[in-house]
Design a protein around this ligand. Structure first.
Ligand code: AMP
Ligand code: GLY
Length: 425
């Protein structure tokens, strides 16, 4: 089979790496890819959201299956376009992808179907939003409605911060279109868990649980980022909790979307807050998470292409999906200054060769090749990933490799996975 993967980050490198291990895959193309991906796939300079160009490419090259990494092409309706042209593609339609693209759409769906989530209200106008804030206990969470790359969320511990956040979004347009509507919700105090699931419109099968680390600094300090690292399986996701999430969250959501005429096919990503053993939905994404994919895919035992095909062909109920009894840790190396301003074009040294060892692999996130050298090309630069028999072994391997890599300004957290690893570990 010939496969096209759309995207250019660490998630897409992990997808390409996993697909490359499938005996059923003969060649992989990635649009646009990065310096790590180009060692495993042919990279073509087509932007991830240029739906027309991607469609023309897939038709001309007779690609058998297209796999969409990021959310932008999904929200732009790439799946609808491809289906119209009878091209096989893995991902939800624009209608189903609203589960990620609009927080108010999702909140309505959750409330209507009694799926546990934080109490919330959404507002388009300033005055009602401010009136609503006034009597509410703190902290409060203020969110831009649309896609804001994880940055449109403010946890306000004072009334002034809450008012400021609402004004920034509704009045000052800080988040552009995404912030024209705000969602104000109750603060949930618990532990976060990511549970991604394969869904074929009817059947939904959860993957292993993962946790990412969103803050830039050790001990969850500093500003939010796209993700500084992840580990899986998360001990928090016991079989009992996964079953609860399946019954109370994943199945009702898939059924609700189906009833609305937008059956969800692809990866449904549930971002959950676990409060005293009970899961609450913080957000859904309509795609694989980044960096969760980098730790979940190495643990997948069943052939990935076989799973993706079962999703596209509504056959998930007939496919047992198996996992390795191992653990994985991913440490993200970022450019100095990230998530604020950072330099690009900085040479990277100490990278292992393309395929890595069987236990350590360096997924590229923001890199490119310049005159034969790999240089930085983004805020999140690399995701150093290792597996082991347990989380402690995986973590030690990942950090061993991370410390061997260097570039000017390189930063990484030193406590990825620490929460889940006992000190004696
Ligand atoms: P979101 O983009 O909605 O997932 O929010 C980004 C991050 O903000 C989450 O990963 C949480 O760490 C935090 N967050 C969002 N909503 C809440 C909430 N209701 N209570 C506590 N923390 C929240
Ligand atoms: N790790 C969060 C995300 O992929 O959005």
């Amino acid at each position: 089979m010939k496969i096209l993967v759309i995207g250019s980050g660490g998630r897409e490198h992990a997808l390409v790496w996993k697909l490359a291990r499938s005996p059923r895959v003969s060649s992989i193309v990635c649009a646009p890819g990065n310096a790590g991906i180009e060692q495993l796939a042919r990279c073509v300079p087509i932007k991830a959201d240029d739906v027309a160009a991607l469609k023309a490419f897939v038709t001309a090259e007779k690609i058998d299956l297209t796999v969409v990494g990021p959310e932008a092409p999904l929200a732009a309706g790439i799946v609808d376009e491809f289906r119209k042209a009878k091209l096989r593609i893995f991902g939800p339609t624009r209608g189903a992808a609203q589960i990620e693209a609009s927080k108010s759409f999702t909140k309505d769906l959750l409330v209507r179907h009694r799926i546990p989530t934080a109490a919330a209200r959404s507002f388009d106008a300033l005055k009602p939003a401010l009136d609503y804030l006034e009597p509410h206990p703190l902290p409060l969470v203020v969110k831009a409605d649309g896609l804001a790359q994880g940055k449109g969320v403010v946890i306000a511990t004072t009334r002034e911060q809450a008012v400021q956040a609402v004004r920034d979004m509704l009045e000052r347009d800080t988040f552009g279109q995404a912030g024209r509507r705000v969602v104000i919700e109750e603060f949930l105090d618990g532990e976060e868990l990511t549970l991604m699931a394969f869904a074929d419109g009817k059947t939904v099968v959860p993957m292993v649980g993962a946790q990412d680390h969103k803050r830039v600094g050790d001990g969850d300090t500093g500003p939010n980022t796209g993700g500084m690292g992840a580990y899986a399986p998360a001990p928090l996701a016991t079989p009992a909790l996964r079953e609860t999430v399946l019954q109370q969250v994943l199945r009702p959501t898939i059924e609700a979307l189906s009833k609305m005429g937008s059956p969800f096919q692809g990866v449904l990503y549930a971002g959950l807050m676990i409060v005293r053993g009970q899961p609450y939905v913080l957000e859904f994404n309509a795609r694989f998470g980044d960096p969760e994919t980098q730790v979940v895919l190495p643990l997948l035992k069943t052939d990935l292409v076989t799973v993706l095909e079962a999703v596209v062909e509504h056959r998930l109920d007939q496919l047992p999906i198996e996992w390795h009894d191992r653990a994985a840790v991913c440490v993200v190396l970022t450019a100095g200054g990230y998530p604020g301003a950072y330099a690009t074009g900085t040479p990277i040294t100490g990278l292992p060769d393309a395929s890595g060892s069987s236990e350590v692999v360096v997924f590229h996130a923001g890199t490119k090749r310049q005159d034969g050298t790999v240089v930085t090309a983004g805020g999140r630069v690399l995701g150093v990933t290792a597996t082991g028999r347990g989380l402690a072994e995986a973590r030690d391997r990942a950090y061993g490799q991370a410390r061997a890599i260097s570039f000017d300004g390189c930063h990484f957290r030193s406590d990825i996975g620490a929460r889940a690893i006992r000190p004696t570990g």
